[in-house]
Ligand binder design. Structure first.
Ligand code: GLN
Length: 531
């Protein structure tokens, strides 16, 4: 196993994840099988209990792991399915160690950060490496070097270098080069400081990826090389590009592949980014010509909906269109009940969500889509609210609501799943991960997927209440997908140009050149409206 470790300095949010996944993509294009681990030095055991405003969307794996959104980037860039174990958090490591201590596994020893926590970190990394069958592993350490939280991880990675052997591991350190003053001087001091911090912890970076708004100048590069003790060729300029998809090309052009050959003892490699290049030029070539209203609750942080946006991007390329997103804050719509922001849009998307706040705004947008014949795609909460809307406005059940909201009602059309009643604990207790969905013949969903059975990822506690299904069907809803006959997974309205909603999250499996079928079909329908 060869390891590439990506650390970050100066500040967070420099795009380490993109840099790491781009490096992985390049090596994959050389013929290696590549996997990735994201380390998040926070105490949560996983990302599942966090509000999207904390770290953006919670990504879900096939095995039900609720993980950091960077894992979504890895799956999309590397086109591989990963597991919950590919995301290591401090909480996960400490919990494992404390459980071992309680079991008496440490045989009376004093349990300490070094070696017990650091050993556990290395074990978890190696376990994923072994199970993946890959030959190269990218390890991305979240946070910033020097943080108290990341200390045990840095130490574990230092030890890993010793144990794996120097010819099997390469360290890339990402830093920021700010451009300051009237003349726009590129400053290297923050980089110098963060490299010094890293070195004081025993790690000498092999490559420095210098993030900057503009290309790094030769003199800046020389300075970084001199002060940080890395060869000139190992200082890479990671300047702003229009699309993150261009980063693999940026890295290739600056020789990251020969650097990997050198540090990992690899034969001469020949990256082949042809397919990726084609995808990127298609992406860059189309003008925004289809407007999609996204009715969300976390619209101030676009990362909350990153997988939805990516699925739209993938679908846009396959449809030869480019979606322009109109961000609609559900709570605003709820307060004003003014739907003028929706007039003229070519498609309406209600993504996953939680809680009553903003739900009336979403219901209003769904009603608008249904009554105006605008293509509608509902995801999870977006399907649940579509059922509530239909029950209220078509069936006339004015009190219809979801069990997620309070208040008296005869028509709880969306209800807590029976197995959910058994726990009060919030961590990892939803219905999670990939489940089989059977799709009915002759439906829109069947046409969209083209197959009678799919596996899609889930993350929910509520479902369409089975007792109300016959009445909802009699009133016109077609439940075109289900799990085991009882659990409704897809709904559609046959008398509408395109009205499809899923209880699962198809966006989580969407990849470049393999767009998620519901998203692809939704954009195709929106394109028809736009034309
Ligand atoms: N809040 C809803 C539920 O728990 C929907 C969840 C979601 O959209 N991911 O079922």
């Amino acid at each position: 196993m060869k390891y590439i470790v990506v650390t970050g300095g100066v500040l967070s949010g420099l795009g380490k994840g993109i840099l790491a996944s781009s490096t992985g993509l390049l090596l994959k294009s050389c013929g290696f099988s590549v996997t990735a681990v994201k380390i998040d030095p926070y105490l949560n055991c996983d990302a599942g209990t966090m509000n999207p405003y904390q770290h953006g969307e919670v990504f879900v794996m096939d095995d039900g792991g609720e993980v950091d959104l960077d894992l979504g980037n890895y799956e999309r860039f590397l086109d591989v399915d990963m597991t919950r174990d590919n995301n290591i958090t401090t909480g996960k490591v400490f919990r494992a160690v404390i459980e071992k201590e309680r079991r008496g596994d440490y045989l009376g020893k004093t349990v300490q950060i070094i070696p017990h926590i650091t050993n556990e970190i290395k074990d978890q990394v190696r376990r994923v490496a072994g199970a993946s069958g890959a030959s190269i592993m990218i390890i991305e350490l979240g946070g910033t070097v020097g943080d108290i939280e990341s200390m045990p991880f840095i130490e574990a990675l230092r030890q890993l270098r010793q144990e794996a052997g120097r010819g099997n591991i390469m360290f890339i350190h990402t830093t920021l080069v700010p451009v300051v003053g009237a003349v726009g001087e590129q400053k290297t001091k923050p980089t110098q400081h963060s490299v010094k911090t890293l070195m004081s912890l025993g790690i000498h970076p092999d490559v420095i990826a210098a993030r900057c708004s503009i290309p790094i100048e030769p003199s800046t590069r020389e300075k970084i090389s001199l002060f940080c003790d890395v060869p000139l060729k190992a200082v890479l300029s990671i300047h702003d590009v229009e699309f993150i998809h261009e980063v693999p090309m940026l890295l290739e052009a600056q020789g990251i592949v020969p650097l990997a050959e050198e540090h990992l003892g690899l034969q001469k490699l020949k990256p082949d980014l042809e397919g990726w290049r084609r995808y990127v030029s298609a992406l860059k070539g189309t003008r925004a010509n289809v407007t999609i209203a996204l009715i969300g609750k976390y619209t101030h942080l676009k990362d909350s909906y990153i997988s939805h946006l990516k699925a739209l991007e993938h679908s846009g390329v396959e449809n030869g269109v480019k979606p322009k997103i109109v961000w609609v804050e559900a709570t605003d719509l709820e307060d004003t009940r003014d739907t003028s922001c929706l007039s003229g849009v070519h498609g309406i998307l209600v993504p996953g969500g939680f809680g009553v706040r903003g739900s009336e705004g979403k219901i209003l947008a769904i009603q608008y889509a249904r009554e105006h014949g605008i293509p509608y795609l509902g995801i999870c909460f977006g399907m649940q609210m579509a059922v509530v809307e239909y029950a209220r406005n078509v069936l006339g059940w004015k009190d219809a609501r979801s069990g997620e909201f309070d208040g008296p009602s005869e028509h709880v059309v969306i209800d807590l799943m029976p197995e959910q009643g058994k726990t009060d604990s919030k961590g990892a207790t939803m219905r999670l991960g990939a489940h089989r969905v059977t799709i009915k013949d002759g439906t829109l969903a069947r046409k969209v997927y083209g197959v009678p059975e799919v596996r899609e990822r889930h993350r929910h506690r509520y479902e369409v209440n089975p007792t109300h299904v016959p009445r909802l069907e009699a009133a016109g809803i077609v439940f075109s997908g289900n799990d085991g006959g009882e659990r409704m997974e897809i709904m559609e309205l046959p008398d509408h140009p395109f009205f499809l909603a899923t209880q699962f999250h198809p966006e989580l499996r969407s990849r470049p050149q393999k767009a998620s079928p519901p998203f692809r079909a939704f954009l195709a329908a929106a394109k028809r409206v736009a034309e």
